[in-house]
Design a protein around this ligand. Structure first.
Ligand code: PLP
Length: 440
């Protein structure tokens, strides 16, 4: 099988060839042929669109940029490369010029800026990057991002808000309250804040030891709110919580919502949905099929077309391909849990049986190994966790997020979200964390 880096190099050659052809065509149009001279000393005003004769020079500029991008992609997929060349902010300011100059900078300088920006980036697509949110660098999806940025269209629609826009919260029933589990993502509380509901009106529902919302607790709190004369209207369930990756019992919650006439929203990391279905919010009398307007799904108006890259990625993988990727990552999670369980002296799992691809654990340095596990020991392990993370960042060899959860002190939350991760990457992770932390 071809290595990723070889495939990328071949793809890069192909792109360069295509760009060369395009460049030669454009040079014929622009100046009747001839090679592009060094463009480094030129300025943006020498390029299309500012200079209609500057097509050839623009192609050369992008060709150089593409080389840097492909070098970065190569390094991201090279297990021998560091994830990050870590610099503190003050050090970064010494090695990079962040100033906003009064005078234009030439293309050489702009290319150096772009190259340096990539040089000091965290390579979130690296197979040893196990922090949250990034899910590998899907190179097809990246192509989609290029297309979106190039087309530069906008997803806004002209919107007409109903009474709420005029009268604000006064137009809504008094005492609105919503419910979300104590493990929900913090953005739910932020939403309560920015919508004017107020965070006190976002009621936290207790979870069981796996981090799942307890349905009987939800119903109890709805009844308490009603007794207080409040107006419960909304429940946020989570399909894969941020820290434990727990799935709330959606069917049981849906029954309670039905019974009390509440809106159930599912906030999902791997699968979820959100639609206001608010046809009345948006003009319906346009000259095209308004079902394709997406404006009622978010609160902002002008915004980037984020969905295109997902569409392109989905076409490349097919639904079966995406399913396989999820199955693969769940398999890697099982492998990792199994391996950690086989080394109880070095690792302690916070959750023995995770539901999603989050693996939450403490690493146990040598001096703690003879102490039996207890709440006090968890406190001690919680104290060394940030130091191990600091060593990881300085070494640039591994990145895993950590945080506390409720009363549980700091622990590592290893997210397997990159389908390129293999079992041997988990073996590396285990060896590396042991190397970095055994003497603490
Ligand atoms: C369960 C859950 N909901 C919501 C979010 C926030 O999503 P976004 O970054 O799209 O606002 C996250 C992010 O980690 C999450 O884990």
């Amino acid at each position: 099988m071809k290595s990723i880096s070889k495939t990328i190099t071949e793809a890069s050659d192909k792109v360069k060839e295509t760009m060369n052809t395009a460049m030669n065509k454009s040079s014929n149009i622009v100046s009747g042929g001839g090679q592009v001279k060094d463009i480094g000393h030129l300025y943006y005003t020498d390029l299309v669109p500012w200079n209609p004769e500057g097509g050839k020079e623009l192609h050369e500029f992008y060709q150089r940029l593409l080389t840097y991008i492909l070098e970065f992609v190569d390094k991201t997929n090279d297990r021998n490369e560091k994830i990050v060349d870590f610099h503190h902010p003050a050090q970064l300011m010494e090695v990079m010029d962040f100033s906003i100059p009064d005078e234009p900078q030439n293309l050489d300088q702009l290319l150096v800026d772009c190259k340096d920006t990539l040089k000091y980036q965290v390579k979130t697509g690296h197979p040893y990057f196990f922090n949250q949110l990034s899910c590998g660098l899907d190179t097809i999806s990246l192509a989609g991002e290029f297309i979106t940025a190039t087309a530069n269209t906008n997803m806004f629609t002209h919107c007409m808000f109903p009474d709420y826009k005029k009268n604000g919260l006064r137009s809504l029933p008094k005492g609105l309250v919503m419910f979300a589990s104590e493990h929900c993502h913090y953005s739910i509380k932020s939403a309560a804040m920015v919508t004017g509901l107020g965070t006190d009106n976002c009621v936290s529902v207790p979870c069981d030891e796996k981090g799942k919302m307890i349905p009987s607790e939800l119903e109890r709190l709805i009844l308490v709110a009603k007794e207080e004369g409040k107006h419960p209207y909304f429940v946020n369930a989570t399909a894969g919580t941020t820290v434990f990756g727990a799935f709330d019992p959606i069917n049981d919650l849906a029954d309670i919502c039905d019974k009390h006439g509440l809106w159930l929203h599912i906030d999902g990391i791997l699968a979820g949905c959100n639609s206001m279905n608010a046809d009345y919010l948006f003009q319906q009398d346009k000259h095209y099929d308004v079902r394709y307007d997406t404006g009622d799904k978010v609160i902002q108006c002008g915004r980037h077309n984020d969905i295109y890259k997902l569409w392109l990625q989905w076409r490349a993988h097919g639904t079966n391909g995406l399913e396989k990727a999820i199955d693969h990552m769940m398999g890697i999670q099982e492998y990792m849990v199994e391996r950690l369980k086989s080394m109880p002296d070095k690792f302690h799992l916070v959750l023995e049986d995770p539901e999603c691809t989050n693996v939450c654990f403490w690493y146990i340095p040598e001096r703690f190994r003879s102490i039996p596990h207890s709440v006090q020991k968890e406190q001690m392990l919680g104290e060394v966790t940030p130091t191990i993370k600091q060593r990881m960042m300085n070494a640039g060899t591994l990145m895993i997020a950590y945080q506390p959860q409720g009363k549980i002190p700091n622990f590592f939350r290893n997210i397997i979200s990159n389908p390129a991760v293999k079992k041997y990457d988990i073996d590396f992770l285990i060896t590396e964390i042991d190397r970095l932390g055994h003497d603490l």
